[in-house]
Design a binder for this molecule. Structure first.
Ligand SMILES: Cc1cc2nc3c(=O)[nH]c(=O)nc-3n(C[C@H](O)[C@H](O)[C@H](O)COP(=O)(O)OP(=O)(O)OC[C@H]3O[C@@H](n4cnc5c(N)ncnc54)[C@H](O)[C@@H]3O)c2cc1C
Length: 382
């Protein structure tokens, strides 16, 4: 570990590693400090929903072709339980090979680290950044390596720790938990992702391999009860909840749950410091926006760094430029996700009719459909 470098990236998850790779051929000295001692153990067990725009970033890094277990989403079917109106978004209507992709977090993490090993950027494992402070012209960090605490400085500290740090955050608790699992069903998915809104919360079936990745949101008590059900009863409950679109459900594995909320930094920049990815914003998974926003953070920050001089790295002007480039996309992603969760997760009869009309409009008005599809694929600038 070096005591000083131009850029320190605190957190070698997918977003921090993507930034490191985007900057690998720059003239700046860069080190990634990663809390995990063993990179073969992923930080999380989860399925990621990648937009087509994120694919383009991973292609640019030469990571995409190394991923073997990627399932394309060619259609998204949106419906609400107990209501009229449904909508289909299709890749062919957007003239794209896919609207998005489903892949395992661990596989993406491993592919990014394999690429990083071939680059000039060094990654220090077992190095937890415990504190980041601004000093005159620098950021100073305390790096905990288990046996010692080492001070490290950088012109720019990029916090990409997934939100583990203590940065001040605005938060909203949705009083919902997500149950995640992998399931198989009678009918093939044919690349279709199903998004179903219910008064308990949204549920999604994402095509993955021969089966589906399930994200079922409900109250914490309901999720606990679902976790405790024997497999056969769970599969029957899922059928009741989801309807008959993919026939009966046959198998379930890897059931787990986590609480859902919205957390984001009031300001993602401080002098000589910037937060990106989940460190900057942690969203409800309903529209699969969180990870894609994080990759776009890395993309825009890399663009600002590449055109910066060494002296201007982390300066107020550079960080203000980055913040203004990200503001619309970040706020749009937060608003869109929060809106979906709050408007679609209740029994209010007026809203129920409004939702039916909204889904019918989405289906029947091509410009509206195109707007929503482009937003999900490329973010607010789509
Ligand atoms: C509970 C949950 C479920 C999710 N489910 C989905 C989903 O179904 N689909 C989807 O698309 N997205 C999902 N997301 C979002 C997705 O996981 C994140 O967008 C993505 O992981 C963000 O990547 P990241 O690199 O910013 O953070 P992370 O993936 O969290 O990586 C952070 C990295 O920093 C390291 N680290 C942590 N603290 C420190 C420190 N102090 N110093 C140094 N290193 C540190 C960690 O070991 C890790 O390697 C979910 C998020 C959460 C919280």
């Amino acid at each position: 570990m070096r005591e000083h470098s131009d850029i320190v990236i605190a957190g070698g998850g997918p977003v921090g590693t993507t930034l490191a790779l985007l900057l690998a051929d720059s003239d700046f000295s860069i080190q990634v400090l990663e809390a995990r001692a063993d990179l073969s153990r992923p930080a999380h067990r989860r399925t990621l929903a990648l937009s087509y725009g994120s694919r383009l970033i991973l292609e640019r890094l030469g990571v995409w072709t190394g991923l073997s277990e990627v399932t394309p989403i060619t259609t998204i079917h949106i419906s609400q339980r107990g209501g009229l109106g449904m909508a289909w978004l299709r890749a062919e209507e957007e003239k794209l090979p896919a609207l998005g992709y489903v892949l395992d977090y661990a596989e993406l993490d491993a592919a990014l680290h394999a690429r990083l090993r071939d680059s000039n950027v060094s990654i220090v494992t077992g190095a937890r950044v415990d504190e980041v402070r601004a000093a005159s012209g620098y950021a100073t960090m305390k790096v905990n390596r288990g046996s010692d605490i080492t001070p490290v400085t950088a012109r720019l500290a990029v916090v990409a720790d997934g939100g583990d740090g203590s940065a001040q955050r605005i938060s909203r608790d949705y009083d919902q938990h997500a149950l995640i699992a992998t399931v198989t069903a009678e009918l093939a998915h044919n690349g279709c992702a199903y998004e179903r809104f219910t008064s308990d919360g949204p549920a999604a079936l994402l095509p993955q391999g021969d089966g589906f990745a399930l994200v079922w949101t409900a109250s914490p008590a309901q999720v606990q009860a679902l976790l405790a059900l024997p497999d056969a009863e769970f599969l029957e409950a899922l059928h009741q909840h989801f309807g008959d679109r993919v026939g009966r459900f046959l198998n379930v594995a890897q059931r787990a749950s986590f609480p859902l909320g919205l957390r984001y930094a009031a300001r993602a920049t401080r002098p000589h410091t910037v937060m990106i990815g989940n460190a900057a914003q942690m969203l409800h998974p309903v529209a699969g926006q969180g990870f894609n926003l994080g990759l776009r953070d890395a993309w825009e920050l890399a663009a600002r760094i590449r055109t910066s001089t060494r002296v201007a790295l982390g300066s107020a002007a550079m960080l203000a430029d980055y913040s203004s480039a990200r503001r619309l996309d970040t706020r749009g992603g937060i608003f869109f996700t929060d809106f979906l969760v709050r408007v679609f997760s209740n029994d209010n009869s007026l809203l129920h009719h409004g939702r039916s009309i909204g889904l019918a409009a989405l289906q029947m008005l091509p410009p509206v459909k195109r707007f929503v599809a482009r937003r999900m694929i490329f973010g607010v600038r789509g």
